[in-house]
Design a protein around this ligand. Structure first.
Ligand SMILES: Nc1ncnc2c1ncn2[C@@H]1O[C@H](COP(=O)(O)OP(=O)(O)OP(=O)(O)O)[C@@H](O)[C@H]1O
Length: 519
């Protein structure tokens, strides 16, 4: 197939950061070309240059043989390049139809829209409800709307920047199948992902970036999984958590996993650190999104919550972190009722929270990395009433190195960090809480490269080993099976289970509970 996109010697610098350096890339029509690389490797920057959201400093791009140098997305769209971003760009208060009609360069009217969307649904197996309000849609359906929006522009090249990060397993499968179908129509697809399993299932070719340079590129058949991991993060599969690696391609994750015994009843085991009783949250349409949740977390215990998105798990984290007031029930930590406590009081009580939405809740993008690392704990650096910025910077520099955070330094504004590196800052901050009595981690490894996932899993284990109670909410089943002592399943606002990882059929049992069946 002819080259759809050719990049030669492309470079991009932001201040002191060389984000891309001498990048050559060829993407052919009809192929799904995966772009891989560790956090901060330059993947999003590459997509942004191709989509015209950023302009390259040097090098050349050609699109279907023609010189290509978009200065803004509208130009890229006009030339047949469309992008599905890491974060949704839909207006939640509008309907799906309104969002699609608003989309730039589709120039559609309602009667035409219905026909075009029906044709796209038939061709790609995507389903969207034009009358639904976007705010009411689960993430998987929002993603479908984003892709329909992209296809309505009839693109020749489709860029997808980590589109699967927020999706559950079934939705990921559907998205990968859609990518395949798009490529099969002769279009070119660039897919950014961290997940090796996805690459194998959907990709034809891969380019690995490392520190802004191409570390390897070619047909996927030319690489083993181990070679890809080495090119991406400079480590071998054998050096990573074996259960995590098993979860990459086998159903075996969790088998052979050493589970700590925690007695089911409070009388037999250590007293719970966290006690949740009858938590209730009423949803917008009157139904309970949390329907009387009870949960105990004991010191040193790691409890997982699995479930299809939208079954109350996000609300549970929001209530425990103080972002949402419950309509009933109570939550206590070390015997202190925190149900109505402000977030600062929860932090002071030893509650660490890694929120699901790091952009809105986890960090302050306008502040520096150092300030974000010590958010809520700046008092530790006060000397005679003044903030000792030198001491704060020095400590931040140590944390940046310990956690492998890729930033130009402690004074770098948070918004200039890559998505995965912002997540590392949030994780580092919450794990450093002293005392850390309970850690609530929602999707803690979302957007992280495989090396960073491995590091976070071992840090969470260390926190539990030091006596913290840990609650992990994750859509990554292998991660839960690897990490947890027991896994509960959120279903229609209740917690079902528990399932003990390591026992035969644990994965199937969780799957059944996710559909609401009895364990
Ligand atoms: N606007 C900006 N200002 C300063 N530095 C930036 C800016 N945008 C990106 N960078 C830097 O460029 C480098 C590449 O970032 P990029 O977002 O492309 O990485 P990535 O491979 O997409 O990472 P991730 O997997 O974490 O999403 C990073 O070091 C990042 O901090």
């Amino acid at each position: 197939m002819e080259p759809a996109l050719e990049l030669t010697g492309v470079g991009k610098t932001f201040g002191k950061v060389r984000a891309l350096d001498a990048v050559d890339l060829t993407v052919r029509a009809g192929e799904v070309h995966c772009v891989l690389g560790e956090n901060g490797a330059g993947k999003s920057t590459l997509c942004n240059l191709i989509f015209g959201s950023a302009v390259l400093d040097e090098g050349d791009m050609r699109l279907f043989g023609e010189t290509y140098r978009p200065r803004r997305p509208a130009e890229a769209l006009g030339l047949g390049v469309a992008m599905v971003h890491q974060h949704f760009s839909l207006v939640p208060t509008l309907t799906v139809a309104e969002n699609l009609l608003l989309a730039e360069r589709t120039r559609l009217r309602m009667p035409d829209l219905t026909g075009r969307v029906a044709a796209i649904e038939a061709e790609y197996g995507l389903k969207v409800d034009l009358a639904a309000q976007v705010a009411d849609l689960p993430v998987g359906e929002r993603q479908s709307v984003e892709i329909v929006k992209c296809l309505l522009r009839d693109p020749r090249l489709v860029l997808l920047d980590e589109p699967t990060a927020v999706l559950g397993p079934a939705e990921v499968e559907a998205l990968l199948a859609t990518c395949r179908r798009i490529a099969d129509t002769g279009r070119a697809v660039v897919l950014v992902t961290h997940k090796l399993g996805e690459i194998e299932r959907a990709g034809d070719a891969a380019t690995v970036l490392r520190g802004g340079r191409v570390a390897g590129s070619g047909p996927l058949a030319d690489f083993t999984k181990d070679e890809l991991v080495e090119l991406m993060v400079g480590r071998h599969l054998a050096d990573l958590d074996p259960l995590l690696v098993a979860g990459l391609d086998a159903e075996a994750a969790g088998e052979g996993h050493e589970v700590h015994e925690f007695a089911d009843t409070a009388e037999d085991g250590p007293a719970p650190v966290v006690s949740v009783r009858g938590l209730r949250v009423r949803g917008a349409h009157g139904a309970d999104v949390l329907d009387g949740v009870d949960l105990d977390l004991r010191p040193g215990e790691i409890v997982g919550i699995a479930g299809v998105e939208g079954n109350g798990q996000s609300e549970l984290v929001a209530v425990l972190s103080g972002a949402l007031a419950p309509d009933g029930g109570a939550f206590s930590l070390d015997g202190t009722d925190l149900t109505k406590a402000a977030p600062a009081a929860r932090t002071a009580a030893g509650l660490g929270v890694i929120p699901e939405d790091r952009h809105h809740e986890g960090c302050l993008p306008g502040m520096t990395v150092a300030e974000n690392l010590f958010l809520g704990r700046l008092a530790e650096f006060r000397r005679f009433g003044l903030l000792d910025r030198k001491a704060m910077r020095a400590r931040a520099t140590e944390v940046i190195a310990e956690h492998g955070i890729r930033a130009s330094g402690p004074d770098a504004p948070m918004r200039t960090l890559s998505g995965g590196n912002q997540q590392k800052v949030v994780v580092a901050r919450e794990l450093a809480l002293d005392p850390l009595r309970c850690l609530i981690a929602a999707q803690p490894t979302r957007g992280l490269d495989i090396g960073a996932v491995d590091a976070v899993l071992s840090r969470v284990r260390d926190a539990a080993a030091s006596g913290a109670a840990v609650l992990v909410v994750s859509s990554e089943l292998p991660e839960l099976l690897t990490l947890c002592d027991r896994v509960m399943v959120a279903y229609r606002g209740r917690l079902l289970g528990p399932v003990t990882p390591g026992t035969p059929g644990a994965r199937d049992a969780i799957g059944r509970l996710m559909l609401g069946a009895a364990a």
